[in-house]
Design a protein around this ligand. Structure first.
Ligand code: SAH
Length: 252
């Protein structure tokens, strides 16, 4: 069977990398992906052939992987976090449909929302959504609409791709939209370089978020109306306290 693995490698460090991901890469003849991600994993698989492309060459990279699989080599396409969350898994499946008998096997990874949440505390402990602020593939009007609806529905929100050099004001614009429905005092957090060298984070109010040093290596967490800070951690309660008074009084 011609096979391409779409492998999520987690946010960075080896400790986030699952055994399933390691098995897929061991099983593959070639590791393919964006240079930064291939560099993160290639040392764990010495001698394994690699194929790297720059960030914006996703279609070319996926087509190469499928055509290489057609020639009889198994390819592991590595993506940061999870391969199906703003990753290559979907594109691989769309392109593979144009070829005969190429199987795309997805290997799930720890996405930035999970690994970043753990750094901050429990910010996505209740209903939440992910929104990418990148308008490379999504019209900005639709991103604005999703921000507005998510704020109105009081989801906790994880923002991926919150800022880049070209889009330096997108986070500020998003904060202004969120504040149409959310209090400026809403608890927010951000984590930069999750699981990598230089990991840092901060917890601030929504009114302060736009001024924080957020960049494309950062994931931003916007709390819901119930999100609070407990001992320096960002927590979105599930609501146990409403139903289990005795639990919180310590009678259980
Ligand atoms: N597939 C990835 C997301 C790719 S989109 C995943 O599941 O995590 C790229 C965005 O993801 C970045 O702009 C950032 O917002 C977030 N991200 C990915 N890895 C990160 C890391 N190690 N630290 C902080 N944010 C990260």
């Amino acid at each position: 069977m011609k096979k391409v693995y779409a492998v999520g490698i987690g946010p960075g460090g080896r400790e986030f990398f699952t055994d399933e991901a390691a098995a897929a890469i061991n099983n593959a003849d070639v590791i393919a992906g964006y240079t930064v991600y291939v560099d993160l994993v290639k040392d764990f698989f010495p001698g394994k052939e690699t194929y790297t492309t720059s960030m914006k060459q996703e279609i070319e990279r996926c087509r190469w992987a499928i055509e290489t699989a057609c020639q009889g080599k198994t390819v592991a396409m590595v993506c940061s976090g999870d391969a199906g969350i703003y990753g290559m898994a979907g594109l691989l499946m769309e392109l593979a449909a144009q070829y005969e008998d190429v199987e795309i096997q997805v290997v799930s990874g720890v996405t930035a929302a999970n690994s970043g949440a753990a750094v901050l505390g429990a910010p996505i402990g209740h209903d939440f959504c992910l929104i990418s602020l990148s308008d490379l593939l999504t019209p900005w009007e639709l991103i604005e609409k999703r921000l507005r609806c998510a704020a109105e529905a009081d989801f906790a929100i994880c923002l991926y791709n919150p800022k880049s050099k070209k889009r330096s004001d997108y986070l500020a614009k998003s904060c202004a939209i969120l504040m149409e429905h959310k209090s400026p005092d809403t608890i927010c957090g951000w984590v930069r370089n999750i699981g990598r060298e230089g990991q840092e984070y901060n917890i601030v109010k929504l009114s302060e978020l736009a001024e924080e040093p957020v960049d494309m290596f950062t994931t931003v967490f916007i709390g819901s109306a119930t999100t609070k800070v407990i001992n320096g951690r960002m927590v979105t309660p599930r609501g146990y306290e409403k139903h289990e008074d005795s639990y919180f009084r310590g009678n259980d």
